[in-house]
Design a protein around this ligand. Structure first.
Ligand code: ADP
Length: 494
């Protein structure tokens, strides 16, 4: 076996196989630059029904019976490669748990047996590593769905193969913790001695993410600002105490962008291609978006875009509160999103009130997401909190100027267009501080005013388009994290 760093990325979703949010972009994009840097990296995810096995060339490579507290569960392993790479990707398949329409639930409700489902997945990951006889130096776990792995690897006796494997747990969104009723705790296979506030108990319930935060060798989250924020009561979702205790083991590593998928110079989804030096294609993209979305075809109207999960986190109440004023300022609004039914109803209502000025698509549509990035002038992200955020980074590359609230990864990446920042040449968007309709509207109005000054606007667009948020930098930081985690593991072995 070579002496390259061996990393197994365990994840509940990864592009292009299965995606509900930014985590999938990370899990699908990070492995390539890691492999280019000489890392022996492999990815494992559940074999959901949504994954097109034939299209992606998955073939069976064995199986196992995984032991669980609710009996032995047969799982099958399938293998393929991450597209355009040599990175092996494995599915842990089990029809009983993963042959369903949704990843985590249906019709807005979680599957009631999610604890069983992700226990089986995590046991399946360990069985797969044994089956492959491939001991990673680091198991890189993502979010609550994989958070049992660091717990088991710390508290259960280890066989030789995984004796030296360290764990890094990356938190993509602290609000999703994997909470289950106390009586389900035995499903995890852990003893009741771990169901305490120092272990996986959280106000009388099972909290998988907490277990991972307590027992992983190293922790990370997806921006430096969010790493600081989650140690406070405002953003810590009740876990700020655990996170403060582990502050010395918590890194902030910003997500990168996969520019082979998200760059208007090469994007096949959009009506015309363009670059920072020649933005003429962006006008074509805007006209195309207006036409296909049923908006008045007007190049002079500032077109504001949003692509988002429709959940409280994303600041949609602010949008609803200021939409009239935005339209009164002459702007148009285009939204693509899916999520909570009440937001579906809200945006349907707004579309019916302003059919020529508000376009709404309720669903998940990757091609349309690209066309909105290219066709809009302004991209709105008024999030309550935003661990990293990818859409503001895509927007920068598409010359679509972000208007964001100063939180998490938005704070780390968007520089407000103050006179000083404009003079320095590093302004790339508009930032507001307070979570209030007035503050948000003020930022949108500043953006609209600058949009009407073509030279100033061009400069803002070009500054963003020339910035580089590719994965190379983040991948180097993850490599450092893997080395740190491996050293931390050696330190705690016993
Ligand atoms: P989050 O992870 O909180 O959902 P991010 O901005 O980090 O937010 O990532 C969201 C990702 O999901 C982006 O790639 C975005 O384009 C995509 N996305 C979100 N909603 C939709 C949708 N309805 N259709 C297509 N893509 C979407």
């Amino acid at each position: 076996m070579s002496d390259a760093v061996r990393v197994c990325i365990c994840t509940p979703e990864a592009v292009p196989f299965a995606k509900t949010g930014g985590l999938a972009d990370v899990a699908g994009a990070l492995p390539r630059p890691l492999a280019e840097a000489g890392c022996d990296v492999r990815v494992v995810l559940p074999g959901y029904r949504a994954i097109e096995r034939e299209r992606y060339g998955f073939r069976p490579v064995g199986g196992a019976e995984v032991p669980t507290a609710f009996g032995a569960v047969p799982v099958q392993f399938l293998e393929s490669r991450l597209p355009a790479s040599q990175v092996p990707v494995y599915l842990v398949a089990c029809d009983r748990f993963f042959d369903r329409p949704g990843l985590y639930g249906e019709g807005g409700s979680d599957y009631p047996d999610n604890l069983e489902r992700f226990t089986v997945f995590c046991r399946g990951v360990l069985a797969l590593l044994r089956h492959l006889r491939w001991p990673p130096h680091v198991l890189h776990c993502q979010d609550w769905q994989t958070a049992l792995l660091p717990v088991w690897l710390r508290v259960e006796p280890r066989e030789d193969l995984l004796a030296n494997t360290a764990t890094l747990l990356t938190v993509h969104n602290l609000a999703y913790q994997g909470l289950f009723p106390a009586e389900q705790f035995p499903v995890t296979g852990l003893g009741w001695d771990l169901f305490t506030p120092r272990g996986l108990e959280f106000y009388g319930r099972v909290n998988l993410l907490k277990g991972g935060l307590v027992f992983a060798d190293l922790l990370s989250t997806v921006s430096e600002q969010y790493a600081r924020e989650i140690q406070t009561p405002e953003f810590g979702c009740g876990l700020e105490g655990v996170l403060r205790e582990r502050a010395g083991d918590l890194l902030g590593i910003l997500n990168g962008v996969d520019y082979s998928a998200w760059d208007p110079a090469v994007d096949r989804h959009i009506a015309a291609r363009y670059t920072a030096d020649d933005l003429s294609g962006k006008r074509t993209c805007k006209a195309d978006l207006q036409r296909t979305q049923g908006l008045a075809e007007d190049g002079a109207a500032p077109l504001i875009g949003m692509i988002t999960r429709l959940v409280d986190q994303k600041g949609l109440d602010l949008v609803a509160a200021i939409l009239d004023a935005i339209l009164a300022a002459g702007a148009q609004f285009v939204l693509l999103g899916t999520g909570e039914p009440r937001y579906h109803a809200l945006f349907e209502r707004l579309h019916r009130r302003f059919p020529q000025h508000v376009a709404v698509t309720l669903g998940f549509d990757d091609a349309l997401a690209h066309r909105i990035e290219a066709g809009a002038d302004i991209f709105l992200m008024p999030s309550r909190y935003e661990p990293s955020g990818l859409n503001q980074l895509y927007s920068l590359r598409y010359g679509t100027v972000p208007v964001v609230r100063r939180t998490g990864g938005l704070a780390d990446t968007i520089v407000d267009a103050t006179p000083e920042a404009l003079a320095r040449g590093d302004a790339n968007g508009f930032v507001f501080e307070q979570y209030s309709p007035d503050a948000c509207l003020d930022a949108v109005r500043r953006a609209i005013a600058m949009f009407r000054d073509p030279r100033a606007w061009r400069q803002l667009q070009q500054t963003g388009m020339r910035q580089d948020f590719s994965w190379g930098r983040s991948a180097r930081r993850y490599l450092d994290a893997y080395r740190l985690a491996a050293r931390a593991r050696v330190g705690t072995r016993g």
